[in-house]
Design a protein around this ligand. Structure first.
Ligand code: PHE
Length: 462
């Protein structure tokens, strides 16, 4: 993200030297780095498993393209037009488009949702980091399913290790955002996403020979609508937002320094396809291995942390692959976390005149403290249950299934109804067929789908 800030001064030089091609790729890599993370590899398989597979996957895919893609285009065009942090951008455009500065609250809600998400994201990011030394030490070599389950339960059941891992993850995120060294990291994303993709393909090769591949494919791609509830459909929509980093100002912030001539439609499509491909690959690998080992696809948040170590423990070169996998996943989680912390930090810096270090410590510190609730909900507070379950389950539900869809609804409303046609068509490169398709989705289809599923899920209609 800093990269785009630096371009504020260096834009002319940079773009005349490298042309549009380079800048478009840089942007796509940055947004893909934010999108690809724990959402694809940890969360998607576990919630698909809990919701019976096929039908959930289908609703997820439809949501990604019918809701996620137009919302992403809306966020990018708003971000590019406002060229400020998400809160200031919404205030500015609200006024400019003849509505109200109060749209800043939408930007504010995004920062709040992002912070709540980061509070638990950091806990799971910590698990990923903690699995690196375990992998190097060969802890999974030759283990049985019961043994990897015991490793997972032993680790997550120990509150101190979970809190330490969460603190390390959050601490690094705060330091990197504070020092503004994202530039180097964004470069590394160029290798990280392809490397992760390659590793998933290697794992897919292993999964194909595992004996569970046919069952995995069937579980993921045979829709059994009896297994899907309206609540599950809402989770699929929430997952589309979560995995694409939408609804919390992250993509909007990235877009603030995007060159005018870049095609928003093409950039968004690339990101959406890359992100979806990685999630589907992860699902195929994990469910094949679940069925090959007679395990339960609905096991929950521990799914990936049990299934993959089990497979690594059995395959040739497993210590190496396990280490590389958890390093890459930790890195992917990390690039996503940076994008969530940045809007809040940028806002505190601009609004309260704090230094980046102060702002990052303050915002990050609050998020860290909130994250303790999630960290403890896997051990000492595991039995403390209200509304939707543990603290983690409540924070997750509130953010992914309520705040993100509501934010998405308001973003499409803003881009489709509040902004005038000229503004949006100018950003989206003319009023051709693809613009008309976007406007149809943004004005009618996406909002209607969100409202319908939401009302059905909470039981107001049905
Ligand atoms: N999209 C990221 C993932 O799938 C998570 C994320 C959410 C990142 C929100 C930024 C903002 O892991």
């Amino acid at each position: 993200m800093m990269m785009f800030k630096e371009e504020e001064n260096g834009t002319a030089l940079r773009f005349s030297l490298h042309g549009h091609w380079s800048s478009r790729l840089v942007f796509v890599f940055a947004v893909t780095g934010s999108a690809v993370g724990l959402g694809n590899i940890w969360k998607f398989p576990y919630i698909a498993g809990q919701n019976g597979g096929g039908a959930f996957v289908l609703v997820y895919l439809v949501s990604v393209f019918v809701i996620g893609l137009p919302v992403m285009m809306a966020e990018i065009l708003i971000g590019r037009r406002g060229r400020r942090n998400p809160i200031a951008t919404m205030a500015l455009l609200g006024e400019e488009e003849g509505s109200s500065r109060q749209w800043k609250w939408l930007g504010f809600m995004g920062v709040v949702a992002g912070s709540l998400i980061l509070s638990y994201y950091s806990v799971i990011g910590g698990w990923t980091l903690a699995y690196v030394p375990k992998s190097i030490a060969g802890a999974f070599t030759g283990t049985s399913a019961a043994e990897v389950e015991a490793i997972y339960a032993g680790f997550t059941g120990n509150w101190l290790s979970v809190v330490i891992a969460h603190s390390v993850f959050m601490g690094i995120t705060i330091l990197v955002v504070a020092r503004g060294v994202e530039r180097g990291l964004e470069q590394a994303v160029r290798f990280m996403v392809p490397a992760l993709l390659l590793l998933m393909l290697i794992l897919l090769g292993y999964a194909v020979t595992s004996g569970g591949f046919a069952a995995g494919v069937e579980f993921m791609f045979t829709p059994d609508f009896a297994a899907l509830t309206w609540d599950g459909a809402l989770q699929a929509i929430g997952q589309a937002f979560f995995t694409l980093s939408l609804g919390m100002g992250a993509v909007m912030a990235y877009s603030a320094y995007l060159p005018k001539e870049m095609s928003i439609r093409r950039a968004s499509t690339s990101v959406v396809i890359a992100d979806t491909a990685i999630a589907l690959l992860a699902g195929l690998v994990i469910f094949s291995l679940v069925f090959a080992n007679d395990l339960d696809p609905a096991e929950g948040p521990g799914l990936v942390f049990v299934i993959l170590p089990l497979a690594f423990g059995q395959m040739a070169g497993g210590v190496f692959f396990a280490t590389v996998f958890f390093v890459l996943l930790g890195f992917a989680a990390f690039t996503s976390a940076l994008g969530v912390l940045e809007p809040g930090v940028a806002w505190v810096v601009e609004r309260f005149g704090r230094s980046r270090l102060q702002a990052a410590s303050l915002v990050g510190g609050v998020i860290w403290a909130l994250g303790l609730g999630t960290a403890l909900s896997f051990n000492v507070l595991a039995d403390f249950s209200f509304l939707r379950g543990t603290i983690y389950q409540n924070v997750d539900y509130l953010t992914s299934n309520v705040m993100l869809p509501v934010a998405g609804l308001l973003i499409t409303f803003f881009a489709g109804w509040v902004m005038c046609r000229n503004s949006t068509s100018e950003e989206l490169g003319g009023a051709g067929t693809s613009y008309k398709a976007w406007r149809l989705l943004a004005r009618y289809v996406a909002p209607a789908a969100i409202v319908l599923v939401f009302l059905e899920a909470v039981g107001i209609i049905g």
